[in-house]
Design a protein around this ligand. Structure first.
Ligand code: URA
Length: 433
């Protein structure tokens, strides 16, 4: 088999066989196929797509490219979650301790930021001392003792995705259904949980622009999981404006603490409750999402969810005191972006806010560039809110004064004001099982 022929075959819109897909993935992981040929192939996939059969084969080949965790502990059902990526999406930081506090163990591997979207691992890294890298043994031990661990994907689990993810990020081949579906599902399959809740986003801040595309992505991922005997649920939600008020890293951890203490923003809590409820149902701790939701609210009211978060931070070496006192350092320069007229917020464009947060220092410009963990955006208003001329719409945090002029320009581009209150848009639209 020759890679150039497989690129040509995909470029011409033909279906690849399972053997051909395995040849590509194994060759890439063993460094026998160079980045430039894989980049050409992913671009061919971007334009020609893949059949459901090819996508399922690609997922399996990727899942089998490295170690697979064994989470089969008698009497315990592990449930995992994964977001397809968004702006201000700190749901793992809230849902994981809530669900673990209700008795469903969570052993989760998360990612770093991709494109304009943030990543859970970068957010956790904003807690001084927090270790995002644990050995598999320590990771599993922690789950046994406290019921919760979240770590960065180790190099030995789905190495194919590690390489492909970084390559796609810099070759404009992220937002295509077969590559997103195989990237997410290969990691979930290799991570070993029996139940998987997918948080699939659509809108400007997501990789899928429309509900129709997100539904297609969700259907494919649910189908792949079910074929491999996983219990699957996909929750589809709107990502046209950022989720919650905070976008960045430390600033999102602080917002997650607010949520766990019972005063999180309504939109963020709605998505967290939906995801968490399904996780309790798949974990067989609740018979219905209604019962599960009552359990989750109770875990917050009694402080158990927040205690679980602190226990988790402590177990992974993080500074628990700074978290509980909400004293994580933010970047020193804070500027307000203010409304130039009185009216209503018509729209806050999630993608532009994501790009703005990256510009302030919260995301990576290149694969290896450092992050300014204290930088980011805090929205004081959301779509539909009334505002007076001169009132701040958001605060921008950065460590680099030279970034402020462009940041203010981007804020103006992201935020649209108008005279009439816009119609409310449903946040969680569909659940696919
Ligand atoms: N999240 C992933 O893990 N992979 C993608 O390709 C997109 C979002």
């Amino acid at each position: 088999m020759r890679m150039v022929e497989l690129i040509e075959k995909k470029r011409n819109g033909k279906e690849l066989t399972p053997q051909e897909i395995r040849f590509i993935i194994q060759g890439y992981v063993r460094n026998e196929i160079p980045d430039y040929q894989i980049a050409a192939w992913t671009m061919a996939v971007y334009f020609q797509g893949m059949t459901v059969k090819e996508t399922a084969e690609l997922t399996l080949a990727m899942a089998e490219s490295g170690d697979q965790l064994d989470l089969s502990i008698p009497g315990r059902i592990f449930v995992d979650k994964h977001s397809s990526g968004g702006v201000g999406d700190k749901t793992t930081l809230i849902v994981a301790p809530m669900v673990a506090a209700c008795g469903v163990p969570i052993a989760k591997m998360s990612g770093r930021g991709l494109g304009h979207t943030g990543g859970t691992i970068d957010k956790l890294s904003a807690i001084p001392g927090f270790q995002v890298e644990l050995t598999e043994k320590k990771f599993l031990q922690q789950v046994q003792t406290i019921g919760l661990s979240v770590i960065a994907q180790t190099g030995s689990v789905v190495p194919a995705d590690k390489k492909l993810y970084a390559l796609r990020d810099v070759t404009a081949t992220v937002d295509t259904i077969p590559l997103i579906a195989s990237s997410i599902m290969s990691k979930k399959i290799a991570a070993g949980a029996q139940g998987i809740v997918l948080d699939v986003k659509y809108g400007s801040g997501a990789f899928m622009a429309t509900l129709a595309e997100a539904t297609k992505l969700a259907d494919i991922m649910v189908g792949i999981g079910k074929n491999l005997n996983r219990e699957m649920v996909a929750v589809l939600s709107d990502m046209s404006q950022p989720l919650g008020n905070a976008v960045g890293n430390a600033i999102e951890v602080l917002e997650a603490v607010d949520c766990l203490q019972g005063h999180g923003p309504a939109d963020l809590m709605e998505v967290c409750m939906e995801l968490g409820s399904w996780m309790l149902v798949l974990g067989k701790k609740a018979d219905s999402t209604q019962d599960a939701s009552i359990m989750l609210h109770e875990a917050i009211r009694t402080g158990k969810a927040f205690d679980k978060f602190l226990e988790f931070v402590r177990a992974q070496g993080g500074n628990e005191r700074l978290v509980s006192k909400k004293e994580l350092p933010l970047a020193p320069i804070k500027i307000a972006y203010c409304a130039d007229k009185t009216g209503y917020i018509q729209h806050i464009d999630a993608r532009t806010i994501g790009t703005l947060a990256m510009h302030l220092g919260a995301g990576r410009e290149t694969k290896d560039s450092p992050i300014d963990l204290g930088s980011g955006v805090y929205l004081l208003k959301k779509t539909g809110d009334a505002i007076q001329a001169g009132e701040p719409v958001c605060y921008l945090y950065t460590s680099s004064p030279e970034k402020t002029p462009l940041a203010l320009e981007k804020a103006a581009e992201a935020i649209t004001l108008g005279d009439v209150r816009p119609y409310y848009q449903k946040l969680v639209s569909t659940v696919i099982r």
